[in-house]
Design a protein around this ligand. Structure first.
Ligand SMILES: Cc1ncc(C[n+]2csc(CCOP(=O)(O)OP(=O)(O)O)c2C)c(N)n1
Ligand SMILES: [Mg+2]
Length: 695
């Protein structure tokens, strides 16, 4: 296996600071059949590609790849389990470049080890429109890239989720899933707050297959790190339950020894690798000036001399390329062995493993569970909070979908995300399907991204809608990456009452709806809640937020309908016939307000219809004809939502009437708050009546 490859004779060395003799004869120990190319030349191939690609693009970040080239060379040539011919091999080690600005490090590695996605031409097109080598790594563009990074800290937190998914799946499928997750993280990654959430969670869950290589170069954009930071990272990680050590990041033997030791760690591992940013650059190495701009022709010439790399730009000598390509073949036999294990499985286990890894739902089981619950609810309609309805939905979905992994950021009882049968995931015991994420919304959302990226699990979470702000950067990346992560966000309006304006979301629905590709669901009753859950699960390539009430709402859907009426995002829930003078659009708890408003209008002789809008995003994606029919032709249009107006004009027009919030909420019993802020059936009826000039 890999660790035995790492035991092979190994003699490498490299100086710790740039000097004219940076290419001592060393050997990568990359396994049989590899020509004896020294470590320094292999690492210098990465450095050269990075500085040349950045120079050609006239933008980019050469410093980090040049600094971490030695570490990456040791990792890829002796430890990482990967097969460039199959970038989605489920049991590959995951390699996360959290410091996404160092993307050329990753692209160089993908090219050198033989991934089809990154050719030399793609490297020459670094940062160009339509290339597979964008400024920061994008997993959905470039096979071999595990996650999209750039916003510092996210990759590290994603990796925690990958390591969680790995351990959980190992508990289900045994040795089919048995890999490590490696991360390269920079000073910036570790300064970001999300890193604290991530490392605390990883330490707590004792994710011992997670190995972080910290690019400890003491430099960030503004200059020396000492300008802004004086944390002892080793002690910080140790305090969070990690094994942590320091190595010279330009000493391949020391790096290999640390990685060797990490292989059998009982805890997650940090290796702080002391490196020189821009290693090899004559005047810019060690300085912030190497971080994020082309080195310039003179500096590059000097670096070529110092690194003893006389080759023209983008030219990798044959022996070096051959050695790197051999590195790409290292795990072939391990991969073949893994395939044999899969082939030897019984048919049902194999089919289940493959289904999960494809991300296909057990379709019939889900449809049956949804239909059965809808039938129950319509047989005996009842008032309940939609968060309670969501728990009812989960009670049938969790058994039907074994890959669902729930959780909450310390609000389990309020979010109703833990069903009776679920056990908690714990350190050393990863079969549990409920994760106590702690008060770590951001870390939770990013870990969920990592779980979804890993595959084989579908994560859902819980927190209050107002705290989506604390998770937003990770939700945005889920939307960009097209990940199926499902955020249950309860306490979705002033309807939460007494906790007051700090806890009452006002702008959150609008601001979440503004994130492209994210689905924001806000069901109005128990039936819509299960339908929204079904949609969130069916949209394989999109994240969802399901916004739910704390307070009880009446059940408005009382007739059994097998079709998912929420699928188009909006539908007529109260018919007004062709003659309706008023169309009232609402979401969530305000649909009942709208229905009551329509009833009041009826008493006044005014015909109104009501449209429930459980997902404005889906509705606005419908073809014009569908939207036109749902919006209808009533002369007066009103929208009711206990949030800000933004977004609703797409339905009601700028001359439509909006009944909702225009500022922050207040602390008090929720029924009083609705009256206080004028979100009532009377307000709806009065506004419509006034507009019709019929007062
Ligand atoms: C959340 C976030 N904030 C700011 C940035 C902009 N940025 C990119 S790299 C960087 C810091 C660079 O320092 P370090 O992480 O140590 O990387 P190095 O220069 O050592 O490669 C910053 C602030 C970012 N990418 N993400
Ligand atoms: Mg740095």
């Amino acid at each position: 296996m890999l660790s035995s490859a790492a035991n092979e004779p190994f003699s490498m060395s490299a100086p710790t600071s740039p000097s004219p003799a940076l290419a001592p004869a060393t050997r990568p120990g990359a396994g049989p059949g590899v020509s004896a190319v020294d470590h320094a030349r292999m690492a210098n191939a990465i450095r050269a590609l990075a500085m040349d690609a950045v120079e050609r693009a006239k933008s980019g970040h050469p410093g980090m790849p040049m600094g971490m080239a030695d570490v990456a060379t040791v990792l890829f040539s002796r430890f990482l389990k990967f097969d460039p011919s199959d970038p989605t091999w489920p049991d590959r080690d995951r390699f996360v470049l959290s410091a996404g600005h160092g993307s050329m490090l990753l692209y160089a590695l993908l090219y050198l080890t033989g991934y089809a996605s990154v050719t030399l031409d793609e490297i020459k097109r670094f940062r160009q429109l339509g290339s597979r080598t964008p400024g920061h790594p994008e997993n959905f563009l470039t096979p071999g890239v595990e996650t999209t990074t750039g916003p510092l800290g996210q990759g590290l937190a994603d990796a925690v989720g990958m390591a969680i998914a790995e351990r959980h799946l190992a508990s289900v499928f045994g040795n089919l899933v048995d890999h490590k997750t490696y991360v390269i993280a920079s000073d910036g990654d570790l300064m970001e707050g999300i890193s604290q959430e991530a490392i605390a969670l990883a330490g707590h869950l004792r994710l011992n297959r997670l190995i972080v290589l910290f690019d400890d170069n003491g430099v960030s954009i503004d200059g020396p790190l000492s300008l802004a930071d004086s944390v002892d990272q080793v002690r910080r990680f140790e305090a969070a339950g990690w094994n942590a050590s320091r190595v010279d990041g330009h000493d391949p033997r020391a790096i290999a020894a640390a990685l060797e030791q990490a292989q059998n760690s009982d805890r997650p591992v940090l290796v702080a690798c002391r490196t020189t940013i821009g290693f090899g650059a004559p005047t810019k190495s060690g300085k912030a000036s190497a971080h994020g701009s082309p080195l310039g022709a003179d500096e590059i010439r000097g670096a070529r001399e110092r690194l003893n790399w006389p080759h023209p730009p983008f030219e990798i000598p044959n022996d070096v390329l051959t050695a790197w390509r051999a590195v790409g073949q290292r795990s072939k036999s391990v991969h073949a062995e893994w395939k044999r294990r899969v082939a030897a499985l019984d048919v049902a286990t194999r089919a289940e493993f493959e289904r999960r890894m494809r991300g296909d739902l057990p379709g019939q089981a889900v449809a049956a569970a949804v239909t059965e619950l809808k039938q129950k609810l319509t047989n005996a309609p009842q008032e309940m909070a939609t968060r309670v309805a969501s728990e009812r939905a989960l009670e049938v979905l969790v058994p039907a979908i074994p890959e669902l992994i729930g959780g909450s950021a310390d609000l389990t009882g309020s979010n109703n995300t833990r069903t009776k049968s679920m056990t908690a995931m714990e350190a050393g015991s990863y079969a549990g399907r409920f994760i106590h994420y702690g008060v770590r919304e951001h870390g939770m959302a990013a870990a969920m991204n990592g779980m979804a990226l890993h595959g084989g699990v579908i994560p859902y979470s819980g927190t209050f809608l107002v705290f989506s702000d604390y998770a937003r950067p990770a939700i945005r990346l889920a939307a960009l990456m097209g990940l199926r992560v499902i955020h249950v966000m309860t306490h979705d309006s002033i309807g939460l009452g007494e906790d007051g304006p700090t806890h009452q979301p006002v702008e959150h629905l609008a601001s979440l709806r503004a994130i492209p590709n994210l689905l924001v669901f806000r069901p109005c009753d128990a039936v819509e809640t299960i339908e929204c859950w079904q949609l969130a699960l069916q949209h394989k390539d999109r994240p969802s937020v399901i916004a739910l009430t704390r307070q009880s709402v009446p059940q408005l859907r009382v007739h059994m309908e097998v079709d998912n009426r929420c699928a188009a995002g909006a539908y007529q829930i109260l018919d007004g016939g062709d003659e309706a003078a008023v169309s009232i659009f609402a979401s969530g708890s305000e649909v009942a307000v709208a229905v009551d408003g329509a009833k009041l209008l009826a008493k006044r002789g005014i015909v109104a219809r009501v449209v429930s809008v459980p997902c404005l995003n889906l509705f606005l994606e419908q073809p014009e004809s569908v939207r036109g029919t749902v919006i209808g032709r009533a002369p007066v249009r009103i929208a009711v939502e206990a949030g800000v107006r933004q977004g609703w004009d797409a339905i009601i027009g700028t001359d439509g009437i909006f009944i909702g919030m225009s500022g922050f909420g207040a602390s008090g019993p929720y029924k009083e708050l609705y009256k206080h802020f004028g979100i009532t059936a009377e307000a709806v009826a009065d506004a419509a009546t006034r507009r019709l000039g019929a007062t």
